[in-house]
Design a protein around this ligand. Structure first.
Ligand SMILES: Cc1cc2nc3c(=O)[nH]c(=O)nc-3n(C[C@H](O)[C@H](O)[C@H](O)COP(=O)(O)O)c2cc1C
Length: 363
């Protein structure tokens, strides 16, 4: 339960961190979408850890296998099942923490829900590795959206207390991917790298913020009142492990603004109605308003750290000083950038299908 998202473009996630494989089934992709395995693979490659940016030492090949739904380089209209085999799982370090839940992780809540049957190895279903499947689905969604000219780009805007202020023209996928921390502001990126290296030395971790922008989204996407565009986007973002907050446009800063500051004033650009500012983040009344969609997603510092932390041995009731072993990202943010982009793509694709903007057969 709870492993699927979407109404017309339905993505079902499966697999565990140290199980045999991880993947997704995408149901609802129209027939005739040209899609190469290399295009799905390149999304997986973007998500791979880079040790220079605080990425885990776990080295997974993450080669996508497409089991169904794509024939001769195009979608058939049938469910697309995609997976990657886990090849570098080392469950040894986890045996030790079965009875001593890691502070900040999902070990304890998973135990409450699934009891002794929970697959605790490597965080099981709660691992960041499940997002390998998310980016496979995103690769398909992104291609479908591109048919309508919709483009999505995400980038790192904060790590720790270091904030980026990139020039808007630098926020492109190409430029973002040149930076190991996926930050389009070169000076800030250097400082972020340094900070990550420092916390790593202290056997600690650090959090940050990813911003995602969606361009050329037509107005009117979204469904009032429960399936609002920002509601469904938030749901998809909160499916990414370690997400602690989401804001759109001016977001939480709106609390300190007056109506005259927050209202986006209308204007005409040629024949198109635009707004002079975008405090709404491209969404009004749960519907896209034709301006770029802008969301910021907060990631907490990685829970699994080497630094000694207090936990409890659930068998003996005794307190335990835990230093988490295993291989962990000391900063999740750089790896989360493509995941955020792809989850945004999945939701926008679902709404574009609901609105009939994408047809059932791609001609
Ligand atoms: C790409 C990615 C990689 C992650 N890597 C780790 C990791 O190495 N160690 C860890 O403790 N948590 C990692 N996480 C986060 C945990 O999975 C997450 O914090 C945990 O499941 C608890 O869920 P919550 O933080 O959403 O409450 C990662 C998350 C993502 C998106």
């Amino acid at each position: 339960m709870g492993n699927s998202i979407g109404s017309q473009f339905i993505v079902t996630s499966f697999g565990e961190s140290h199980g045999r494989c991880l993947g997704v089934v995408v149901d609802g992709c129209p027939a005739g979408l040209p899609i190469g395995i290399d295009e799905i693979q390149s999304e997986l490659d973007r998500r791979k850890p880079q040790s220079s940016a605080g990425g885990t030492g776990r080295r997974e090949e993450d080669r996508v296998e497409v089991l169904s739904g794509i024939l001769n380089g195009a979608s058939t209209g049938a469910p697309i099942c995609m997976l990657a085999w886990n090849k570098d799982a080392d469950s040894g370090a986890y045996q030790e923490i079965v009875n001593t839940p890691r502070p900040g992780h999902a070990d304890y809540t998973a135990l409450l829900k699934y009891g002794k049957y929970n697959d605790f190895r490597g965080g099981g279903r709660f691992s960041g590795r499940i997002t390998a499947g998310f980016v496979m689905a995103g690769a398909i969604a992104r291609k479908l959206l591109a048919l309508s000219g919709i483009e999505i780009v995400a980038h790192t805007v904060q790590i720790g207390d270091i904030k980026a202020s990139p020039h808007p023209s630098d926020i492109t996928r190409k430029k973002v991917d040149k930076s190991a921390v996926r930050c389009a502001d070169t000076a800030a990126a250097g400082k972020m790298m340094k900070l990550i290296a420092e916390v790593q030395k202290q056997a600690d971790s650090i959090g940050g913020i990813v911003e995602v922008l969606a361009f050329n989204v037509p107005g009117g996407l979204g469904e009032p009142v429960f399936d609002t565009l920002e509601g469904e986007l938030s749901k998809a973002f909160f499916a990414i492990p370690a997400v602690r907050g989401v804001e759109f446009g001016a977001g939480f800063a709106a609390a300190a603004m007056q109506g005259s500051q927050h209202n986006d004033l209308f204007s005409l650009s040629g024949k198109k109605l635009v707004t002079l500012t975008n405090n709404a983040g491209g969404i009004s009344g749960g519907l896209s308003n034709g301006m770029p969609i802008v969301a910021r997603i907060v990631f907490k510092p990685t829970a699994s750290i080497g630094k000694i932390q207090r936990t409890v041995d659930l068998k003996t009731g005794k307190k335990v000083d835990l230093s988490v072993k295993g291989r962990h990202d000391s900063c999740i943010v750089p790896r989360a950038v493509p995941v955020v982009e792809d989850m945004a793509a999945v939701v926008l694709c679902d709404f574009a299908l609901r609105a009939g903007i994408i047809g059932r057969i791609i001609k």
